[in-house]
Write a protein that binds this ligand. Structure first.
Ligand SMILES: [Zn+2]
Ligand SMILES: [Zn+2]
Length: 244
């Protein structure tokens, strides 16, 4: 039998019933028993949470005393296809490390602590009480083979089971693009043109696009554009585990 990441997770969950949980970052024991993938107290304290005030479009936190809602300099004068983006934390310390190990280390068990973190962002008043359809950012099949799974699908699936919201692989990736890391937003947008297409119908749906990290917003922008223009989605908000 091939040991897939899902089987490995099942094995660890089964072990978790016998042994205490292990913090995914520092590997210390976490109680209660059978609670796999919870951050320990120390690591939890090091998570840099995004709290108001932050940009009401891209969620960029602002270290000041603004009480009214505001738009950051990068977002003003820019018309996005998505309505707004939300992240529970900055991509620093334990969150950054967890995402990195999840994505490049193929440790699928890490979807749980990340999905729990994402669930905390659903307390945003703009997200509350809406029957969002969770739509993961698709990977090109070639990239998915390399990584063994699509991290966004796993996050959407895990968040769906935590919240009761539905998820749907409504987008597919039809173009292979090289890594976007280190590129500026305009260059990223250019690279991503024509990369996504509708895979399942989303007409009039309220969509919460799911991804691991929001960096320049170019991926979210291109996905939202396709979901609205080609799919007829009514709204597209974005939820990522972290903000770069
Ligand atoms: Zn820890
Ligand atoms: Zn902004």
């Amino acid at each position: 039998m091939k040991v897939t990441p899902a089987w490995r997770e099942w094995g660890r969950t089964a072990l978790g019933l016998l042994y205490p949980g292990i913090c995914p970052v520092c590997r210390t024991e976490v109680f209660p028993k059978g609670a796999p993938g919870r951050f320990c107290r120390n690591c939890r304290q090091e998570i840099v949470r995004i709290r108001p005030p932050f940009c009401r479009i891209c969620c960029e936190p602002f270290p000041g005393e603004i009480t009214s809602s505001f738009v950051c300099p990068r977002c003003s004068g820019w018309k996005y296809s998505f309505d707004f983006a939300v992240s529970p934390a900055l991509s620093r310390g334990p969150v950054r490390e967890t995402i990195h190990r999840f994505k490049y280390g193929s440790d699928i068990t890490l979807r749980r602590p990340l999905a729990r973190l994402m669930r905390s962002a659903l307390l945003d008043p703009r997200l509350k009480g809406v029957p969002w359809l969770l739509v993961p950012v698709p990977l090109h099949p070639r990239r998915e083979r390399e990584r063994q799974f699509n991290q966004s699908v796993e996050l959407a699936r895990s968040l769906a089971s935590l919240t009761g919201l539905r998820w749907l692989p409504a987008l597919k990736r039809i173009l292979f693009t090289e890594s976007q890391a280190g590129l500026e937003r305009e260059k990223r947008l250019q690279n991503l043109k024509g990369a996504f297409a509708i895979h399942r119908p989303v007409k009039d749906r309220e969509i919460l696009l799911i991804d691991d990290v929001f960096t320049t917003g170019a991926t979210a922008e291109e996905c939202a554009r396709v979901l609205k223009r080609d799919g007829g989605a009514r709204r597209v908000a974005v939820l990522t585990a972290a903000r770069g």
